[in-house]
Design a protein around this ligand. Structure first.
Ligand code: SF4
Ligand code: ZN
Length: 410
């Protein structure tokens, strides 16, 4: 089936990392731009493969180019609602290709091609061809598929903006629903291939931490393939509606995490936070010295108030572990009224990168907007503390009261 592809294609290459020394080119990623998008359409010409812009053999070693991956699919039983979940598989399927590395999702993708792959004659048209074969294999509902790879800067730019509109439409839909409005949540174990005890619990208020899958996406996926990696989870008894603890969510977690996680609070970083695989868009982290919570995302390059950058923090709390004081989350979750509600929501946030703050500004309660510092206001605990004092952040009052109380009274 893959006889025309000059490199091996197999799930065994999924964990392959291409380091800078072994890299021919980098595509998309933090130093460029890119996106991936699955669209259910009519009149898709089955098997059509196209590369628009420079192919690999027209690139120079060490180059960084933009990248767009457009996957158009058609099928009698394919619904638009399935786009998000099918799109999320792009990550895994691209990684089956030996010598091609794909990280993240949506417009955060970051890819590399190895020198060996280039030497073997690998081209982007082969990536497109592989994807068209694998997607049809994975999703029998797909009757026709066309894959377009874009590397032309102007076209990628236009494509990224089109993709962002689509993501926005998907996300906005889920914003209209709350956890109370439904009887079932969904679980996703797609990331167990590298985080074997990780189970995402996706609820209307808590979009999956990868930011690519919401409650509606899961509903469509579970309907399409009830035995697949996304499945229904009855809520069961509400044990704590503020923390977000449900009896049956706990039991299902226990079962699907190989017995390692038996309890989760969906809306808190304390005690039993949601586990984190590795593809979270951001991490919420407790800062004991301030008794507050900071947020940092993948795009933030500097140091967090804990004195470490995102990458080091991600290393400490990923892999499916439940680490008190840390939880991976999607940026979309910050737009939910239940965003860390058990911990105080935005009133407990004491630091976050400017870029995130701007993107969720309208969801931050008005009285809090000027009270939460970003890296522009300070990054050390000392700088942050004086900003919080000066602005009258509610955490300062909280700290005064807690320091005068004895621990027994708490
Ligand atoms: Fe599924 Fe969670 Fe992985 Fe997203 S991060 S693919 S929801 S397990
Ligand atoms: Zn993951």
């Amino acid at each position: 089936m893959f006889e025309d592809i000059p490199v091996d294609v197999s799930p065994m290459y999924e964990g392959e990392r291409i380091r800078a020394a072994n890299m021919f080119v980098e595509l998309a990623g933090p130093k460029s731009m890119g996106a991936e998008l699955v669209q259910v359409e009519e009149n898709v010409e089955d098997g059509k493969i196209e590369v628009i812009g420079p192919e690999l053999d027209a690139m120079q070693e060490g180059d960084i180019h933009p990248l767009g991956i457009l996957i158009e699919i058609q099928g009698e039983h394919l619904e638009k609602e399935l786009e998000g979940v099918i799109e999320r598989r792009t990550h895994e399927l691209c990684n089956y290709v030996k010598g091609f590395m794909h990280l993240n999702q949506r417009d955060a993708i970051w890819c590399r091609v190895s020198k060996e792959a280039l030497a073997a004659g690998f081209k982007l048209k082969h990536l497109a061809k592989t994807l068209s074969i694998l997607f049809k294999e994975e999703f029998p509902l797909i009757e026709s598929i066309a894959v377009t790879i874009l590397t032309d800067p102007a076209m990628v730019e236009e494509f990224v903006s089109r993709a962002k509109d689509q993501y926005q439409t998907r996300d906005a839909r889920a914003r209209e629903l709350s956890d109370e409005d439904v009887d079932v949540f969904y679980g996703c174990v797609m990331c167990q291939s590298f985080a074997p005890t990780h189970v995402c619990v996706v609820t209307p208020d808590r979009t999956a931490l990868c930011g690519a899958i919401n409650w509606f996406d899961c509903r469509a996926a579970a309907k399409m393939d009830p035995e697949g990696p996304i499945f229904e989870v009855e809520k069961g008894e509400v044990l704590d509606d503020v923390k977000g603890e449900y009896s049956n969510v706990n039991s299902v977690l226990m079962e699907r995490s190989q017995g390692t996680v038996d309890k989760v609070y969906l809306h808190s970083v304390f005690e039993y936070p949601h586990t984190s695989c590795g593809c979270f868009e951001a991490v919420a982290f407790y800062i004991p010295e301030l008794d507050g919570i900071g947020i940092v995302d993948r795009d933030f390059r500097g140091e967090t108030p804990l004195g470490i950058p995102f990458s080091a923090m991600a290393g400490q709390c990923s892999g499916g572990k439940q680490v008190e004081g840390f939880t991976g989350l999607s940026l979309e979750y910050m737009r939910s009224p239940k965003f860390l509600q058990a911990d105080g929501g935005f009133e407990r946030i004491v630091w976050l990168p400017k870029e995130i703050k701007d993107s969720v500004e309208e969801y931050i309660p008005e009285n809090m907007r000027d009270k939460i510092p970003t890296e522009e206001d300070g990054s050390t605990l000392k700088e942050i503390r004086s900003f919080l004092e000066e602005k009258g952040h509610p955490i300062m009052e909280r700290m005064e009261t807690t320091t005068t109380e004895t621990p027994e009274e708490e």
